[in-house]
Design a protein around this ligand. Structure first.
Ligand SMILES: [Zn+2]
Ligand SMILES: [Zn+2]
Length: 236
């Protein structure tokens, strides 16, 4: 029960922060700000401009990158709000590894504001954490992003359809594509999903190589979902 309480306590802290809008200084420049990052710094964040329609990797033209042409991913379309460079890398690390839920909430609001939603998906699925990692961290950063995006766009959210059943090491510490693939093979298990789901969106904080979301998309494809898109905060 102690483990459950830790998760609940983090949730309560997150909710409380939303209620009190205290004066503060900008995390990036130190000037006074009405929220965690001042308006000038918000404008300067590395918003992604042109990217591959499939995987959101940087591409100078509108279209599909050579890698996706050669090995089409299981997901159809990816939207990434930011490039994973300074200061977004720093902010995401604060949100993910240092329990900075104010920053996490701010990033979620920016995603909710900037995402282009042409056809509303049936459901949002945050990339699940393994239960051991969830206990260590106290919260799933992708779920916290998804909650705000779901609420602001009136899209349902589901955390029960899939489970991360394999405890894996961080993808970034692995050397090559084959090792990344093996690390995540059979990492996700899909449970029974509603028959009316056709179009789902996976929510992730950082997409580095795309192996994680691709494995999850492959699992949902095998379970009968026809269109799977990805919305992530940042793309390496
Ligand atoms: Zn600032
Ligand atoms: Zn691509």
């Amino acid at each position: 029960m102690v483990r459950v309480n830790k998760v609940l306590a983090t949730q309560a802290c997150l909710n409380q922060r939303a209620v009190f809008n205290l004066p503060q200084t900008c995390y990036l420049c130190g000037n006074s700000a009405s929220q965690a990052i001042c308006n000038a710094c918000l404008k300067d964040l590395p918003y992604k401009t042109s990217a591959c329609l499939n995987c959101a990797s940087t591409l100078d033209e509108v279209g599909i990158c050579p890698e996706c042409k050669q090995n089409p991913p299981a997901y159809t379309h990816t939207q990434a709000l930011f490039a994973y460079t300074y200061p977004i890398d720093k902010l995401i690390k604060l949100a993910k590894f240092h329990k900075n839920l104010t920053i996490l909430k701010l990033l979620a609001n920016l995603m909710a504001q900037h995402l282009t939603i042409e056809a509303s998906p049936d459901v949002l699925i945050p990339v699940p954490l393994h239960s051991k990692r969830l206990r260590q961290r106290g919260y799933n950063q992708s779920l916290e992003l998804a909650k705000i995006i779901a609420k602001q766009n009136g899209i349902p959210i589901n955390t029960r359809a899939c489970k991360r059943v394999k405890y894996t090491q961080a993808q970034t510490s692995l050397l090559n594509a084959q090792q990344r693939y093996e690390n995540l093979a059979n990492a996700f298990r899909i449970k029974k999903i509603p028959s009316n789901w056709q179009h789902i969106v996976l929510i992730d904080d950082v997409m580095t190589t795309g192996t994680t979301v691709n494995q999850l998309a492959l699992a949902f494809k095998a379970a009968g979902i026809s269109q799977i898109d990805v919305w992530c905060c940042a793309r390496a």
